[in-house]
Design a binder for this molecule. Structure first.
Ligand SMILES: C[S@@+](CC[C@H](N)C(=O)[O-])C[C@H]1O[C@@H](n2cnc3c(N)ncnc32)[C@H](O)[C@@H]1O
Length: 367
């Protein structure tokens, strides 16, 4: 395998030379490496800076080891373990650990076995595609924090309903807020996995990008905590005709018709209806990411921090199309909603998506 050196943050490691003509260059070498995940790794480093020292951290699917090695090198006092079942990846990780000059543990194992045998304060799951096969053992293994990446956005967003049913035991709907539905469906699956081990969760940071979701949850032990977190699981009834939606805790409620246009409502769920981020952590991370010169990450945290804690968002272009009118400027619409006495915000899901705490009946009559 031909390799080259790359630097992220203050960490330099050896990575495979990728075939840029391949269908998917990150998988073109014997060991996986995706340079475009740098922002995700910057955000991980920034969050671990804020959350503190003195914890053990497992990079369960480590590949080159870049994520865990950056944490070992850039965050004081983390005890890092890197695991992969690919022998070439493990050889590369060992060389990289020597190059970085930090003491890290490198384990050549099936991560699902390692996670059943040992536990760590922080567990990080960054798989190819879906994290579903790892959720159960990661939930067992994580003592304090759990990071999960999912690149299978299509099933989570409702574009592949059969895959969503198989992997997540859920029926996400493909709506104008499909990106948020996907994130909340992932959080539902994480909450269920933790609850089986009598653990609850508080999501601290969750975001959606073009290619992946990433979430960080605080793990809370005890039957009561598990029960409390499952109380945040609910469902949405959505009208595909006018965009009306309503949400409710619990797994189901009687089918109904849309109170705005009379069309049938469609079930979407189960999904997490609670908060998916901690605003003070987002605030602290803006400073950390600016300090790291990660402007993309800092901008993401700024948008996340401003985002209202309301399930579902509205695409104002779709709203305008439904009413056969041209869309107003986003700022003008937000101002109008605020002038009506509601809270309204942009979202990190996209430039045309907004959140508002006005009743859905009203939102369906706008703009
Ligand atoms: C997407 S890559 C990880 C990328 C890495 N976290 C990064 O930031 O560059 C997934 C890795 O998981 C490894 N893997 C997949 N299933 C595994 C398992 N059950 N146990 C251990 N490693 C596994 C693969 O060999 C691959 O290196």
């Amino acid at each position: 395998m031909r390799t080259t050196l790359t630097t992220e943050g203050s960490t330099t490691i050896e990575v495979p030379l990728l075939d840029e003509d391949a269908d998917y260059p990150p998988s073109s070498a014997e060991v996986f490496f995706n340079p475009s995940q740098r922002v995700s790794r910057d955000i991980t480093v920034a969050a671990m800076h804020v959350l503190g020292e003195g914890m053990s951290y497992l990079d369960a699917l480590a590949a080159t080891g870049i994520r865990g090695l950056r944490l070992a090198n850039e965050v004081e006092g983390l005890e890092v373990t890197l695991c992969d079942w690919n022998r070439r990846a493990v050889e590369l990780m060992r060389r990289n650990a020597r190059r970085v000059g930090r003491e890290v543990e490198v384990v050549h194992a099936d991560a699902t076995v390692l996670m059943r045998e040992r536990s760590f304060d922080v567990v990080d799951i960054d798989p190819f595609g879906s994290p579903a096969p790892f959720l159960d053992c990661a939930a067992k293994c994580a003592r304090r924090f759990l990071w999960i990446t999912a690149t299978d956005k299509a099933p989570l967003c409702g574009a592949h309903p059969k895959a969503a049913l198989r992997k997540y035991a859920a029926h996400p709907l493909n709506t104008e807020y499909h990106a948020e539905v996907g994130l909340r469906t992932l959080l539902y699956a994480v909450a269920c996995a933790l609850a089986r081990y009598q653990k609850g969760m508080t999501p601290l940071l969750s975001f959606s990008t073009m290619h992946y979701y990433r979430t960080l949850v605080r793990v809370e032990r005890g039957r009561k905590k598990a029960y409390e977190s499952m109380r945040h699981v609910g469902h949405i009834h959505h009208c595909h005709t006018c965009g009306y939606r309503r949400w409710q805790e619990g797994f189901c409620s009687p089918a109904d018709v849309c109170p705005v246009c009379g069309a049938g409502l469609h079930y979407c769920g189960p999904l997490w209806l609670g908060a998916y981020k901690d605003d003070s952590l987002c605030e602290q991370m803006i400073g950390e990411l600016e300090h790291m010169k990660c402007s993309e990450g800092a901008e993401m945290m700024r948008l996340l921090k401003e985002e209202l804690h309301v399930p579902t968002c509205y695409d104002y272009h779709v709203m305008a199309r439904r009413r056969s009118t041209s869309p107003p400027r986003m700022d003008a619409l937000l101002e109008r909603l605020r002038a009506m006495g509601y809270r309204a915000s942009r979202t990190h899901y996209g430039g045309t998506l907004l959140k508002c705490d006005a009743p859905s009946e009203l939102m369906c009559t706008l703009p």
